[in-house]
Design a protein around this ligand. Structure first.
Ligand code: 5GP
Length: 115
């Protein structure tokens, strides 16, 4: 697994160096709208820590972080109002799987797809 690059785009968003459309924040997680939404609702949730991917996060994050992060994912979906109609969560792990930003993130996707 490649080393974490502290200058990846999501690290820079977390530090406030790049703008984003913020949805939610707590001590464990930060959520914002995807810049190129693939559906009516497309939000990214990232942990407040240096994790390359879910593989890295699940292996190395402290239990409190793992619990806090996944609670935040559920809460963001609830607050986005997508629980009733349903939503999909996805996380690409590795370049071949389509990961382009190497700071662990979960996609929350709901509603009509966009081209
Ligand atoms: P991945 O393919 O790594 O799972 O997903 C990365 C996601 O990040 C893509 O859906 C892409 O549109 C989004 N993205 C890339 N750069 C930015 C950015 O600067 N701001 C925001 N809000 N989203 C970004």
């Amino acid at each position: 697994m490649a080393a974490y690059d502290p200058n990846n785009v999501f690290a820079r968003i977390l530090r406030g160096e790049l703008p984003c459309k913020k949805v939610y924040e707590d001590e464990f997680a930060f959520a914002f709208h995807d810049i190129q939404p693939k559906a009516e609702v497309h939000v990214l949730v990232i942990p407040k820590g240096a994790y390359v991917s879910l593989a890295d996060f699940s292996a190395t994050a402290p239990d409190a972080m793992v619990a806090g992060f996944w609670r935040a994912v559920g809460r963001v979906a609830r607050e986005l109002g997508v629980e009733e109609r349903g939503y999909r969560i996805a996380s690409n792990i590795g370049r071949e799987a389509g990961q382009i930003v190497f700071h662990f993130h979960v996609h929350i996707v709901s509603g009509a797809r966009r081209p």
